[in-house]
Design a protein around this ligand. Sequence first.
Ligand SMILES: [Zn+2]
Length: 235
Amino acid sequence: MKSLSIVYGFVILLGTFAGLRASEAQVRTTMDTVQTAADTLLSMVLSGKPENNYFPEFAKEKLKWIENQYGAGQLQIAVVGEPGANLNSTGLMAAGIVGGKQTIIIPRVRFDEWLTDSGRRSAPFTRQQKNDFMLGLVHEAVHLQNPGAGNPNNLNDFVREELRAWREVTLNGVRPLRNLKEPMSRRFIEVDDAFAVCGESYRQCKLLGDLLFSAFPAAHAEWERAIVRLVPPLR
Ligand SMILES: [Zn+2]
């Protein structure tokens, strides 16, 4: 099959990239660093490599699906120059339909911050960086595979779909990796702990709602509004 690689996506997604005019050379260097890092991490986590046997079956299945969709020309992975206004700024990745194609979006600025914060901006990447990147891809695959994901610009759909995807990836991806004592971002661990505490009432769980949506006030407000609807009124 074709080898999987990431394309610059800012043109198709946003049309312009103002930063290039400000400091073209510098931005280009950053862009190349980020592109190379994303390509390298992608090649590390895909293709059923024997060293990735420890990945949970659920994760392997989603990664295989990404490869198959890519091979069939139905999916692209794009490094996007600037995060769009509707991208959740705390997310390492996003997913959607761009130009009629399923697309996993890697916002350049956010991704660059993550590379710096998580330890290394170029190969060799740490085991935690590899695990986090893999979990990000799996999360986006869960979104893309759901025909009922709704409209991400509709806050109610967005909140419902994020809760669903986080739960699925946490229980089937994060938790098995934690049991193996694999390193991963603190955020994955905090969300896993919150799902454990909240149990079946996770949709009404303040701990979880705050963790997932606090950096996104509109979604947080919608989440609170939905809770009010779900909780039976006091008599
Ligand atoms: Zn998501």
